[in-house]
Ligand binder design. Structure first.
Ligand code: NZQ
Ligand code: ZN
Length: 386
């Protein structure tokens, strides 16, 4: 096992009817900017619950943060934060609203020329404006981690940021919120969380027995609850296990002491930036090709995953590893997720070259757990995913 340090300061408030606990978490003298997305919170009861919990503090609202939070929209929110002397941010939404809020938390205290530098120059945020979240969509884990991904339509870029100053102070996780989530987004959430675990697990064995079993248990739980969540989002037992699995998949715990990959996300983000494909779906497009291309380097963990997660026990290590990739692809299909780029766009020719060139331009010369995935290999993987 590798050496590691682990600190996660986010307070989780989990369970039925917990949104009213907001009242106790936000400082009484705060001036709050309440941030939300395209309005789903006004169609279910979440907005009303949040507003009544905030009755005693001063609140300004900013809605309209789109999926794949857009830099230009966030810059409008930043102006309000400065003009109104906001002191506390509250994100009510999924990964997009939470990530947008993290960007604002960093940008509000940033003293450089332009907040875009935080993304383009990968500047870590040591201290941000304090913020909390009310999660409405289990998927990204953003509610308990310190990362964010921001999109800029103008340049078709999607870049990551983060730093220890960007953990939410608290996150409220009421699994009942999933009843209003469309099936497509539920499938996305399951796929995203599943792939988060794979990115931190599908590398090479390092003797981290507990981390491996944490990872495998999250995968098994997601597989078990997936059909139940899709069939009936009001099934509280399934919803609560789904929500907690998504948070645990990316709150830092399972990646401690082990190598991590994250190349599937790096390539996937480009597909969202170029074509607007939902984040989770880009992962399902890239992951099978990535595991096939890097088969030799990953086959021991693939075979372990085959046995322990999918109960595939016949054959050699190679046989089991290959079967695991096929089973994973089938799982995505069972969720209603297509796994080829050509399923999403007819305009895919040249994509692999474009992504490879972008990685070269950014100096991303070696992705993956061995830092060996050079842009020419990225090009081959993306082509395999056409
Ligand atoms: O905008 P509204 O109207 O709220 O509708 C949203 C949106 O259309 C809707 N929705 C959310 N909660 C709902 C609901 N609809 C009905 N009922 C509810 N309770 O769902 C749609 C998608 O929301 P979004 O927040 O975009 O989804 P998700 O949580 O999947 O977030 C995706 C974003 O997170 C980033 C992705 O790249 C993408 O930009 N990621 C963030 C990560 C992180 N911070 O750690 C890691 C991930 O790998 C990922 O990259
Ligand atoms: Zn993801």
């Amino acid at each position: 096992m590798n050496n590691f340090e682990f600190k996660n300061p986010t307070k989780i408030i989990f369970g039925k009817d917990t949104i009213n606990k907001l009242t106790d978490e936000i400082p009484k003298d705060a001036k709050v900017l309440l941030l939300y997305g395209g309005g789903s919170i006004k169609k279910n009861e979440i907005y009303d619950q949040v507003k009544s919990a905030l009755a005693k503090v001063e609140v300004i609202e900013f809605g309209g943060i789109p999926a794949n939070p857009e830099y230009a929209v966030l810059m409008d929110a930043l102006k309000i934060i400065k003009d109104e002397n906001i002191t506390y941010l509250l994100a009510v939404g999924g990964g997009s609203v939470i990530d947008g809020t993290k960007f604002l938390s960093a940008a509000a205290l940033y003293e450089g020329d332009t907040p875009w530098d935080i993304l383009s120059k990968n500047i870590r945020t040591e201290k941000g404006m304090p913020f909390g979240t009310v999660l409405t969509l289990p998927a990204t884990g953003s509610e308990m981690n310190s990362g964010a991904v921001i999109t800029r339509k103008e340049t078709k870029e999607k870049l990551a940021m983060g730093g220890p100053g960007l953990f939410p102070e608290f996150s409220i996780l009421d699994p009942q919120v999933i009843v209003s989530i469309p099936e497509r987004q539920l499938a996305n959430g399951l796929t995203d969380a599943f792939t988060h675990v794979l990115e931190q697990y599908m590398t090479y064995p390092i003797g981290a027995l507990l981390q491996d079993r944490f990872a495998e248990s999250i995968l098994q739980t997601l597989i078990e609850v997936a059909p139940k969540v899709l069939k009936d989002p009001a099934d509280y037992k399934a919803a609560s296990n789904f929500m907690w699995s998504c948070t645990m998949a990316l709150n830092g715990l399972i990646q401690k002491g082990v190598p991590t990959d994250w190349a599937v996300h790096a390539m996937g983000h480009e597909l969202t930036a170029l074509f607007g494909i939902d984040h989770a779906r880009t992962l399902a497009v890239i992951a099978p090709s990535h595991y096939k291309f890097n088969f030799e380097a990953k086959k021991e963990k693939l075979a372990q995953y085959a046995e322990r997660v999918w109960n595939i026990t016949d054959g050699s290590i190679d046989d089991k590893a290959y079967a695991a990739i096929e089973r994973t692809t089938a799982f995505f299909h069972e969720l209603g997720i297509d796994t080829k780029l050509s399923d999403y766009t007819k305009d895919y020719e040249g994509t692999a070259e474009k992504i490879s060139q972008r990685f070269t331009d950014r100096g991303w010369m070696g992705l993956g757990e061995h830092q060996s995935l050079s842009p020419d290999k990225v090009e081959k993987i993306v082509k395999m995913a056409y």
